[in-house]
Design a protein around this ligand. Structure first.
Ligand code: IPD
Ligand code: CA
Ligand code: CA
Length: 276
């Protein structure tokens, strides 16, 4: 049985937000894991995007995560994918994806996570991504590195795009964005990458870049809760994250390219060309 307790991390005393993020992710993860094991109904968020699913697991996880954060930081804003609609421009804001990878969850694939990022004046301070089924904790504190459980993460040392696996995500659009993504994938194959992968949970995809498994990951439309934590984890592992145009990431819906840094320019040449 996988332990859902947060890893016992030797932290400097000045990282209370991380402790809260770990506690909140453990509680959200417990809810998600319980529903995963017992089975739960999922439904479409809208007629326009029938593949964009939600369930009681998403809603209850977010409620619990937000409740724990509010208990410690009542003045902070909370932005969650499902219900919490705080101001993302506030000085102190927590950005939550209570279940990233709902499609995997719905199809009984244990590749999903609770993702929590804490931002101060627009800058990520800490991030936690937790897969409660596999017991995978990814976490980072600004300036203190990124970790998988107790192991320090570093991005792949590959200097050439052709030496790497490239991860990709598809938003729920089945039109322009999907076609652009397929064209970019075509060019990655032509560039001789070892392969491409679509795992289905952006927060974990970013952690796989941080862990050196993927040389790069891109998606043409992500929301802040998809990358709020994973983006910091990539950077603290020595990687780079920008938009698919090569610009700094805004804290709003955007395209994303994350990489081990060394191959960023090579990957950018492809994703920028096909950017919808
Ligand atoms: C989705 C996943 C998926 C990505 C989608 C996201 P959700 O999040 O991260 O990998 O391709 O764009 O919306 O809806 O499962 O929280
Ligand atoms: Ca998500
Ligand atoms: Ca979600």
């Amino acid at each position: 049985m996988t332990s859902l307790a947060p890893p016992n991390i030797p932290l400097s005393e000045n990282s209370p937000p991380l402790r809260v993020a770990l506690q909140a992710a453990a509680a959200g993860g417990q809810i998600v894991a319980d529903y995963f094991h017992q089975g739960v109904q999922v439904w479409s968020k809208s007629e326009q995007e029938p593949q964009n699913l939600v369930s009681r697991a998403d809603l209850e996880s977010e409620q619990k995560v937000a409740e724990i954060i509010r208990g410690y930081f009542p003045d902070h804003q909370i932005v969650g994918e499902e219900q919490a609609k705080g101001s993302i421009d506030a000085d102190h804001v927590w950005i939550i994806d209570p279940l990233d990878g709902t499609n995997n969850f719905a199809h009984r694939i244990p590749q999903f996570a609770v993702s929590i990022g804490y931002y101060q004046s627009g800058k990520a301070q800490c991030g936690v991504v937790f897969n409660p089924i596999r017991g995978d904790w990814y976490w980072a504190v600004r300036g203190q590195g990124a970790y998988h459980n107790h192991r320090r993460l570093s991005v792949s040392a590959a200097q050439q795009l052709s030496e790497t696996l490239v991860g990709v995500g598809f938003y729920y659009d089945r039109g322009v964005m999907m076609e652009a993504t397929l064209r970019a994938l075509h060019d990655f194959f032509k560039a001789g990458v070892h392969g491409t992968r679509r795992f289905g949970a952006a927060s974990l995809d970013l952690c796989m870049v941080a862990d050196g498994m993927l040389g790069a990951f891109f998606e043409y439309h992500l929301s802040p809760w998809d990358f709020a934590a994973g983006g910091l984890i990539v950077q603290e592992a020595g990687g780079k994250i920008t938009t698919a145009r090569g610009h700094p990431l805004p804290l709003q819906a955007t395209s994303v390219l994350a990489s081990n840094n060394h191959i960023h320019t090579q990957a950018l040449a492809i994703v920028d060309t096909h950017h919808p």
